[in-house]
Design a protein around this ligand. Structure first.
Ligand SMILES: [Zn+2]
Length: 113
């Protein structure tokens, strides 16, 4: 495996929308991550939700209802996902790296049910 191939380990092998509120990504390195729609929506990295200059999150988590759903999931180029949400928001570009980081860092905040 050369360096170029190793870098691609962060790529998803399979992206499946399990339900309206549950997305699952199986990564090229075999790790499987489950994402809750409301949690992903609250982590939206777009300029409306995060101050571009300070990196401070301007989106208030409590304005996002727990029932928010995925309306559409699309791949942006070869590096990111874009979600269309049931609340009408659709400007967030979630890089694979960001999604992977959310998965790695989020275990203590996610309750399984
Ligand atoms: Zn946003």
């Amino acid at each position: 495996m050369d360096i170029a191939e190793r870098r691609q380990a962060i790529e998803p092998r399979e992206i499946s929308q399990v339900s309206d509120t549950h997305l699952r990504i199986s990564w090229a390195d075999e790790k499987v991550c489950d994402y809750d729609a409301a949690r992903l929506r609250r982590a939206c990295p777009c300029a409306q939700c995060v101050n571009e200059w300070t990196g401070e999150r301007t989106l208030k988590p409590e304005v996002i209802p727990d029932e928010v759903e995925f309306k559409d999931v699309s791949i942006v180029g070869r590096y990111a996902l874009n979600f269309r949400w049931s609340d009408g928001h659709e400007t967030g570009i979630y890089s694979f790296q960001y999604l992977r980081d959310l998965c790695e860092s989020g275990t203590e905040r996610v309750s399984a049910h």
